[in-house]
Design a protein around this ligand. Structure first.
Ligand SMILES: Cc1cc2nc3c(=O)[nH]c(=O)nc-3n(C[C@H](O)[C@H](O)[C@H](O)COP(=O)(O)OP(=O)(O)OC[C@H]3O[C@@H](n4cnc5c(N)ncnc54)[C@H](O)[C@@H]3O)c2cc1C
Length: 260
């Protein structure tokens, strides 16, 4: 079973702050990590290959420093790592990003499953996995909390808002996972040192035969009109007294505000 895992390097959100002047994320000096949902996707792929055999290939589109995220994935047990990186990919929106990743996946070829995280912690759109599946013309299943292989079929348990759903699709398929699916392993120093010696292939646009018109700014129909940090309303009202009276007062206030 050959599994490709798409991973994105993101700024560590616990260290991120917003510049109050420009309302943009301050990225300088902020450490980068693997998007946390993608760690679950790697863990799932490694576990399934341990059980069924095959190999795990991790794939990332990003600047040269994204190599560090791929090395982390190798330390977690991935077999091969590929970074797609080219100046013409800069300014890609989610459509262009999924196009580039899908052309890289076509170049890798011979895959049974593609795993992604549910969404990225920074961009947060959850649009890239469906975009990749659409470009490749394969079925996709989102919000996976359990994955079971049955011959050439894969049964996926989905975590919905207040229920579970089980769907079955034929392979090859793309599956995006939620964090509840597993607990990602934390590689030890030995695994990290071994990963440092492994090859991370770097592919530019010519290696994957990407059409420059579909990459970067030219391939991105999204236009960002305005960005702003949501204003924070810190005003609140504190109710004190007997629990029963306080509860009644809170409910009355919510009714008066037409919240309930
Ligand atoms: C107009 C515009 C211009 C932009 N310009 C830039 C720019 O110049 N530089 C820049 O860095 N970003 C840029 N972005 C942001 C970029 O489009 C997104 O970061 C990217 O498309 C991923 O979207 P997302 O973060 O919402 O991922 P989601 O769709 O939320 O991610 C879901 C999953 O898809 C996979 N995935 C997502 N991105 C990648 C990736 N790069 N490699 C591998 N797997 C991935 C992961 O498995 C991830 O868990 C721009 C966005 C717009 C709208």
């Amino acid at each position: 079973m050959n599994i490709i895992v798409c991973i994105k390097q993101v700024p560590d959100t616990s260290e991120v702050s917003i510049d109050p002047e420009t309302n943009t994320i301050v990225r300088e000096g902020v450490p980068a990590i693997i998007n946390p949902f993608d760690e679950n996707a790697i863990e799932q792929a490694v576990q399934m290959v341990e059980e069924h055999g095959g190999k795990v290939t991790v794939l990332s589109m990003g600047p040269p420093q994204a190599e560090a995220a791929l090395r982390e994935a190798l330390a977690m047990g991935a077999d091969e790592a590929i970074l797609v990186s080219d100046r013409c990919f800069a300014a890609s929106d989610t459509l262009a990003t999924s196009y580039v990743l899908s052309t890289a996946i076509r170049e890798i070829g011979d895959y049974d499953l593609i795993f992604c995280g549910k969404q990225a912690f920074d961009g947060d759109t959850a649009q890239v996995p469906p975009g990749i599946a659409e470009h490749l013309g394969i079925p996709q299943v989102t919000f996976a909390i359990g994955i079971e292989v049955d011959g050439r079929k894969v049964r996926v348990r989905r975590l919905l808002e207040d229920e579970f759903e089980t769907v079955e699709v034929k392979m090859p398929a793309l599956i995006s996972v939620v964090k509840q699916i597993n607990e990602p392993r934390r590689p030890g120093i030995k695994a990290k040192l071994a990963a440092k010696k492994k090859e991370v292939k770097v592919w530019d646009a010519s290696c994957i035969d990407a059409d420059a018109c579909l990459c970067g700014f030219d391939g991105s129909p999204t236009r960002v009109v305005r960005t702003f940090a949501p204003s924070r309303n810190t005003e609140g009202k504190k109710y004190e007294g007997e629990p029963k009276e306080v509860a009644t007062a809170v409910v009355e206030a919510l009714i008066a505000e037409k919240i309930i």
